[in-house]
Design a protein around this ligand. Sequence first.
Ligand code: SF4
Length: 362
Amino acid sequence: MNPQKKLHEWYTLHKRDLPFRKKKQAYPIWISEVMLQQTRVAAMLPLFEAFLERFPNPESLAKSTEAEVLSYWKGLGYYSRARNIRKAAIQLVNQYNGSFPKELDLVLKLPGIGNYTARAVLSIAYDLPYAVLDGNVKRVLSRYFGYTENILGPKADKELQSKADGFLNPKFPGDHNQAMMELGATLCLPESPKCLVCPLTDGCFARIHGKTSEIPFREKKQNQIFLLGKIWVVQKKNLFLLIKEKENRFLKGMFHFPYGFFGDIPNDGYNPSSFAKFLNLIGKEIPIIGKIKHTITHHKLEYSVFHVKIEGNPPIEKKLEPKQLERELEGLGVEYKWVGMEHLEAEFPSSLTKKVKKILLY
Ligand code: SF4
């Protein structure tokens, strides 16, 4: 038996008895789909029934005032949906004699109706061959076909829509779409899918390869954060100070040049460590010897590099004796070591070290 047939048999046995699925009529199916976009079935049902009783068809909705439609939408939130439903009902009456068009491109021109709603109404009400794609269906499809790309990525909707189209059961497109959504909502759950009782289990890539926890892969593109930072190259004769702190957001667990930030930091997690606060207090005459651009995950950093010679010839920072600095570090519980130029990269293996050395040797 092919997977579409198995899915259809499973759906026929397990479908929920929902009032908006009883009759294949475009109007109640449309209203129910719009209501369900942000609301759970149990919360939406009493409001759906009251709405349909007051506005049983597009004509009654088109004749009503916006205020009255909104009053029947109370409890559902996202009131622009209610306004759009009324506007679309007016168009249905004026342009299509009160009936829902059967062409996808015409339905998509109605206010507030997107790809999902249009396909759901056309397939469920008219059995037209349009496959739907919602969050549940995306999860089922990506697991079944082994789609390992980021499902939040720019190509995913197009690629998954083409898989959905290819997988559609042409004999029962409406039932098939509802079965896919129902399967995603009840068996193919985000955590611990119930593969043993799933009608698609035999051919499911994720189940066969034990990858249900990896698929679907979802990664949100994080907004880039720009930070202006400081790096202090503290030099004692020919040795450079590297520290290891507990409070760092970046470079955690490794020895690194002391660093901090300029100005207000956008989030507490970036706050400079106690030692950076201490260095910030050192005289303002310390020269900036260069600037470094650096990227860490979605953070774009620009560091100004300060050269603090505390011993040697001549010390730039006379007030800061090495012993005093070490006492400060010990008092703050910061591990530290003094490292020669030739060992810097081994002790602080980061591209930052190369960039700092380049500036020092320039
Ligand atoms: S077999 Fe498991 S992972 Fe595959 S579609 Fe069914 S429930 Fe989802």
